[in-house]
Design a protein around this ligand. Structure first.
Ligand SMILES: Nc1nc2c(ncn2[C@@H]2O[C@H](COP(=O)(O)OP(=O)(O)OP(=O)(O)O)[C@@H](O)[C@H]2O)c(=O)[nH]1
Ligand SMILES: [Mg+2]
Length: 430
């Protein structure tokens, strides 16, 4: 179901419309990113068209005059596809294709296309297909319209004639729609099964009560490189967007002796399609469940603060904005000055290079410090006949010291806030 043909390098014209409060600079940054996405998808951008408007023009998003100009640019550059940075409604997409005489798609379609190309696991494939079908379902009319025009010959050629007719195309449309809805339900059920299975696994792991550290960040920031540097994960690293779609978890020993679980996740981007956020919800849940997010930032990127904001927007959308965050400015080998400046500007952050390893020790020490700051050290006396509690303390916390003494087992341990409450009546001092 690729939207961009990969049998050759398609020529593409990109279109960006600035609608306040968005600024022209933000539109340009977003278009730069769209060009990277298109390059990742395997096509070439040959021209860029921009416009400022107070609101989208309902029929074609850009105004009538701009649409004409766009048609001329498309002809002059002999492009194959026009890609809008803004999300098009199905009707706008249809009208634009008719006017331009070539495929018109939006940023969402490009991102879905790249995800489809990069999905390898069963779950990743199901998630991407689900997002694609949800994107396609409301757009079916367009294709069915083309069908009914063919079937109806001359008399049905006028665009308006499709509405209200019950031609063979519409019957086909109903068939297609039902088939897609059925497939969506099947995928949702499959994903629920995978999710249930993973929850069981996660529960088994939780018994170990290891802290969960999750690497998040902009796409291509170096998240997988960092996981590989810190563990022997061997995750695929590539200089392209959305190389990673599946979460990978490894154990990691911190310099203080604690072991944590470190997870690499899918990267974020500006205007991440909501269909994808929805479909990837179960994968993204690892961030919601985390004790600490290591937010990896490419310090050599042109708009670092914009990238940080884009990641935080997605974190907010999935409900992970309340998890503590540690900013890690990566690629310090490429941009040493920028990394250092950013580290100074953001309190508590670190600068590092996942490739050379510089700053990695500092990162590990900081992870340890941050996790320890979130836990409470308690001194407990647990009666000898409460073997259940003693076992629970070992399971739920990190026991630093224990010896039998007056009144029971004297134990010093580190507990998270929730567990600490259970031992309240056995606390002797804190
Ligand atoms: N110079 C330099 N390059 C780095 C560093 N970290 C990562 N890279 C490069 O950046 C590119 C992306 O790295 P990945 O680890 O795949 O990035 P990611 O954040 O996992 O990307 P996605 O999974 O696609 O979102 C690769 O070409 C890496 O070699 C670094 O510290 N310095
Ligand atoms: Mg990755």
């Amino acid at each position: 179901m690729a939207l961009i043909d990969r049998s050759f390098r398609e020529k593409i014209v990109v279109v960006g419309v600035t609608i306040p409060p968005e600024t022209v600079e933000e539109t340009e940054a977003s278009l730069d990113e769209l060009e990277l996405l298109i390059d990742t998808a395997g096509a070439d951008v040959v021209a860029r068209v921009q416009q400022r408007r107070t609101a989208p023009d309902p029929p074609t998003y850009v105004g009538r005059g701009k649409a004409e100009e766009l048609r001329e640019v498309a002809l002059a550059t002999d492009c194959d596809t026009v890609v809008f940075d803004n999300e098009l409604t199905p009707a706008q997409q249809y009208n634009l294709e008719k006017l331009l005489g070539r495929t018109a798609i939006d940023r969402t379609a490009v991102i879905l296309d790249i995800f489809a190309q990069n999905a390898h696991s069963q779950e990743g494939k199901a998630q991407v297909e689900l997002a694609q079908l949800r994107y396609r379902l409301p757009r079916l009319r367009r294709q069915a319209g083309a069908l009914s025009q063919q079937a109806g010959g001359m008399s049905a050629a006028g665009g308006a004639a499709r509405i209200g007719t019950r031609g063979p195309g519409e019957t086909q449309l109903e068939v297609d729609r039902r088939r897609i809805v059925r497939r969506i339900h099947k995928l949702e059920a499959d994903l629920r099964d995978i999710e249930r299975h993973r929850r069981t696994q996660r529960k088994a792991r939780r018994r170990g009560q290891l802290a969960k550290v999750v690497i998040v960040g902009y796409t291509n920031a170096g998240k997988s490189t960092l996981l590989n540097r810190l563990t022997d994960a061997g995750v695929l690293v590539e200089d392209r967007l959305f190389a990673t779609l599946d979460a990978t978890t490894r154990r990691l020993s911190l310099p203080g002796g604690e072991t944590v679980l470190l997870t690499d996740t899918v990267g974020f981007i500006r205007k991440l399609p909501h269909q994808l956020v929805e479909a990837f919800r179960s994968t993204l849940d690892v961030a919601v469940d985390a004790d600490l997010l290591v937010h990896v930032v490419d310090a050599s990127a042109p708009d670092v603060e914009g990238n940080i904001r884009a990641v935080r927007t997605v974190l907010c959308e999935i409900g992970a904005d309340r998890v503590p965050e540690l900013l890690a400015f990566n690629k310090a080998d490429l941009a040493p000055e920028a990394a250092e400046r950013l580290r100074e500007e953001h309190e508590g952050s670190v600068a590092l290079s996942a490739v050379t390893g510089q700053g990695v020790d500092r990162l590990l020490a900081t992870i340890g410090d941050r996790l320890r700051a979130m836990t409470t050290v308690l001194d407990l006396v647990i009666p000898f006949d409460r073997g259940d509690l003693l076992a629970a303390a070992h399971r739920a916390g990190e026991v630093l010291h224990e010896e039998p003494g007056e009144g029971g087992m004297h134990l010093r341990g580190r507990f998270d806030d929730a567990t600490a409450g259970r031992f309240r009546e056995y606390v002797v001092s804190t």
